[in-house]
Ligand binder design. Structure first.
Ligand code: ZN
Length: 154
């Protein structure tokens, strides 16, 4: 089996059997995200304990890339502090934009295959950008009016 096949299998497995799907109520972090270019929508919630992410759940609909990436993201974030989580988001975005990243060689690298397709990159980064925004809102102590979106240049 080639690497592309392996990567495809990882993505399809997360899409078919998403991890941490559902909602948390109450939640410390709650954020909505959308990638209008593809029609992906998701909501994301996280529960914290002593500044560490204890639980993350996502719910939503969209393409296999957006859903698989959200599933993988929730797995990675458990047990991370908020600053570790934000650093991981940066690493993931760097990888998806073809920059050097500590995530090369991990399961997350399976999502790199979409790098040549800008719209699909936004599918892959949706959940990560949404979490990042949720953490920022939490740190500010309030909620932003607008949902996170990957429509812009990010
Ligand atoms: Zn998508």
């Amino acid at each position: 089996m080639g690497l592309d096949d392996l990567y495809r299998e990882i993505i399809l497995d997360h899409f078919a059997h998403p991890h941490n799907r559902g909602r948390l109520d109450p939640a410390d972090i709650s954020v909505e995200g959308a990638n209008p270019l593809c029609g992906d929508e998701l909501s994301l919630q996280a529960r914290l304990e002593d500044g560490v992410i204890r639980e993350v759940r996502f719910d939503g609909r969209g393409c296999s890339i957006s859903q698989a990436s959200a599933s993988m993201m929730t797995e990675e974030m458990k047990g991370k502090t908020l600053s570790e989580a934000r650093a991981l988001v940066e690493q993931f975005k760097a990888m998806m934009h073809g920059q050097p990243s500590a995530l090369e060689g991990t399961d997350l690298a399976a999502l790199q295959g979409v790098r040549k397709f800008p719209v699909r990159v936004k599918c892959a980064t949706l959940a990560w950008v949404a979490l990042d925004q949720g953490i920022e809102e939490f740190a500010r102590g309030g909620r932003a009016a607008a949902p996170a979106t990957t429509e812009g240049g990010d």
